[in-house]
Structure formats: C-alpha cells, structure tokens
Design a binder for this molecule. Structure first.
Ligand SMILES: Cc1cc2nc3c(=O)[nH]c(=O)nc-3n(C[C@H](O)[C@H](O)[C@H](O)COP(=O)(O)OP(=O)(O)OC[C@H]3O[C@@H](n4cnc5c(N)ncnc54)[C@H](O)[C@@H]3O)c2cc1C
Length: 361
C-alpha cells in the first residue's frame, strides 16, 4: 500500500468515492472481483484520512458505503440489475444507503421490523411496504439496500434484503430533522406498494439477517478504526490548546491533573487501537461477531470518555461553531449507530467465557 493521498481532502462523499476509484484504491480495497471481503488496514487508512479532512457526516456516509453496503451487495448480487449496481459502486459511481432501522420498531429489536416484501406475485414482481428511519445517505444515494420481512414472526430466516431505487414510484424520502452530521444525507424513507422486478431481491430470501450480521461486524470494525483516529485528533487538539492557555503563568497543559486526564484518554485510545489490531483480521476475514461486539462496546465507551474529557478541558471555546461540543454530540453516535452499547454488551455477555479467554481460544 503506497503512502499517496487517497482522495480530495474536502470533497463530498460522491467526490471522494470517484477519487478513490480513479486512484485504484477501491480495487485495492475489494479486489478486482469484489466478493464481500475487504482489506481492513486500507479501509482504516481511508477513514483516517477522511476524518482528518472531512465532516463527521461525510465520514459516516463513506463508512456505510465502503464497510457495509458495497460488501453486502458484493456478497448477495446475483442478477443483472444487482450486479450492474455493484460494478457502479466498485467504480465509485454509485452511492448506496443501507436501511435496516425500521419505522415500526426499536432499532435494537431488528427481528420486530415491520417493513414487508411480498414475493408471492405470480407475475414475478416484488412489492415493498413500510418505512425506514435514520438512514445515512438517504437524501444523496441512488439506491438503498432495504431489510424487509417476507414472512411474519421473529425467526432468523424471515428476512430478505431488497435493492430499491430511491426514485421508484411509491418511495418517499424525507430529510431527518437535525443540524448534525452535515454531508451524511440523513433521512427517513417510506415505501408504499413499491413494485420492482424480482431480480431486485438480494440473494436468497431468508438470508437477510445472516448477511446483516456478517457485514455489521465489519461496520463495527470500521467504526472502531474511525473512533481511534477521531479520539487521537481530539486529544492532540485539546493538548495544543491547553499549552497556550495559562493559569497563574503556567500553561494548563502542565497542570498535573490536566496531564493525567489527557494521559487517561491516551491510555484508553491505545487500548482500543490494540484491540482493533488484534481483532481486525478475524472480523474482516471470518466476520467474528463476538470480536466485533467487544470492539464496538469498547469503542463506544472510549469515545464517550474522551469527548467528555476533552469537551470539558476546552472550556467555553468548545462551544464555538464546529467546536468540540458539537463534535461530542455527533460522536455519541459511536454508542448508538450500528448497535447501541447495551446491545453489543448483551452479545459480549452471552459469550463471556470466550471474551475472557482471549482471542486464541
Ligand atoms: C447518525 C445516525 C446514522 C444512522 N444511520 C443508519 C443507517 O444508515 N441505516 C440504518 O439502518 N440505521 C441507521 N441509524 C440508526 C441506528 O442504527 C439506530 O439508531 C440504532 O440501531 C438504535 O436504534 P434506535 O435509535 O431505535 O434506539 P432504540 O433501539 O429505541 O434504543 C434506545 C435506547 O434504549 C437502550 N437500549 C436499547 N436496547 C437495549 C438493551 N438490549 N438493553 C438495555 N438498553 C437498551 C439504549 O440506551 C438505546 O440507546 C443511524 C443512527 C444515527 C444516529
């Protein structure tokens, strides 16, 4: 992997994807024929560069596209329409949304989702009804991968992914009512009798949750990589600011209690980084759900601690436009999006012996 810059520093997500494709980085990330697997170190580098130069919203959209939507599509695309879209995503020409969180249920209870896909039409069409909320890139993507149920009940095999053009008749997209996450294209999507050819079903019906679990593991890996980069940047910025602010002639950066608090942040970030390095290959190659849940839990807790400490240490200046307090509000998503800290801790609790036993057992 070369050290050349990966994309334009300040572009929107579509511009960054086009630049990543033009430089060959997307091919390097997925291989020439994407199968659903990716190079975790390269993904981390891309997100790190995006974090250094872009808004949090842009990084979020990039993360969903690169870590989750494109790999899921790569694993499931088996028709001319879905394969065409995969090629467009690989070539940096198509931004995708991934819509799992349902309008009819708590995001933490995926098996209760209410969006339905009717596959019984004798003419071979599918019909989609329901709604999704808090979808990254809903306003900017051309298509969404939508998790729906093809039969009632909570059974693992009742769910199916459908590829939905966001301009199809019956699809309505509304912006999410938030001032946060600029560049993420956050929105809510409603489906009213959306009729599509059967080839828009992604993979075999019933594989929805299995695919979700595999690719959500990689999203958790990616978001932990982003968390490390973001926290490092915030602590370094906070230390710099405190070096120039004095109390009784001494820079605050030299205050013993400030030094310890910054050190406490650095130790937590180092622990997250070490766990990331330890688990990256097993998550990226084997979709290890326990390792991904452990990493996601630590990442949510680390970001919360670091942003709270640094927000406090930056004093009133932290409340400036685009200051650390806004970043802190956005960074709370590390403990919510892609599975709340409580949900991933539930997974860890179920596999406590395995987690305590370490990675080699
Ligand atoms: C910026 C942003 C971007 C997002 N992008 C996407 C996207 O692209 N696609 C998508 O599908 N979704 C997306 N989401 C939605 C996200 O995945 C959900 O918010 C998440 O799954 C939590 O669901 P919820 O918000 O409905 O919270 P709920 O499930 O209603 O949970 C609310 C709170 O209840 C508590 N809780 C939940 N479960 C438990 C439990 N088991 N034990 C104890 N306490 C619990 C937690 O404190 C939790 O925060 C996004 C969200 C945000 C904020």
């Amino acid at each position: 992997m070369s050290d050349r810059p990966l994309g334009p520093p300040d572009g929107d997500v579509a511009g960054i994807l086009a630049a990543l494709a033009a430089s060959g980085t997307l091919t390097e990330l997925y291989g020439r024929e994407p199968t659903g697997r990716l190079d975790p170190s390269l993904l981390r580098r891309i997100l790190g560069e995006a974090d250094a130069h872009g808004t949090q919203g842009t990084v979020l959209a990039l993360l969903v596209q690169l870590a989750t939507a494109t790999p899921l599509l790569a694993e499931a695309a088996d028709s001319p329409a879905t394969s065409r879209l995969l090629r467009a995503a690989r070539d940096g020409e198509e931004l995708l949304a991934l819509a799992a969180t349902d309008a009819a249920s708590a995001g933490s209870d995926l098996a209760a989702l209410g969006t339905t896909v009717d596959l019984s039409d004798p003419g071979g069409d599918l019909v989609l009804d329901g709604g999704k909320r808090w979808v990254t890139s809903a306003l900017t993507a051309g298509h969404a991968l939508v998790l729906a149920r093809h039969r009632p009940g909570r059974h693992f095999t009742s769910f199916t992914w459908v590829l939905v053009p966001l301009t199809a008749p019956g699809v309505t997209v509304r912006p999410a009512d938030t001032e946060l996450f600029q560049g993420a294209g956050l929105g809510h999507v409603d489906f009213h009798s959306v009729r599509l050819p059967r080839e828009y079903v992604l993979g075999r019906p019933g594989r929805g949750l299995a695919l979700f679990a595999r690719h959500m593991a990689v999203e958790r890996l990616a978001s932990a990589a982003w968390a490390v980069e973001l926290c490092r940047r915030v602590v370094a910025d906070t230390a710099r600011r405190l070096a120039t602010r004095t109390v009784d002639g001494t820079p605050l950066r030299q205050s013993p209690s400030v030094r310890q608090r910054l050190a406490g942040c650095a130790v937590r970030i180092s622990a997250l980084d070490a766990l990331w390095n330890q688990s990256a290959d097993r998550i990226a190659a084997r979709y290890d759900a326990t390792a991904a849940a452990t990493l996601k839990a630590l990442s949510g807790m680390t970001v919360e601690h670091v942003l709270t400490e640094c927000g406090h240490l930056q004093g009133a200046d932290g409340f400036e436009r685009d200051g650390v307090q806004r970043l802190r509000a956005e960074a709370a998503v590390f403990g919510i999006g892609g599975g709340t800290t409580e949900v991933v801790l539930d997974t860890v609790a179920e596999r406590l012996d395995q987690v305590l036993g370490g990675p080699t057992r």
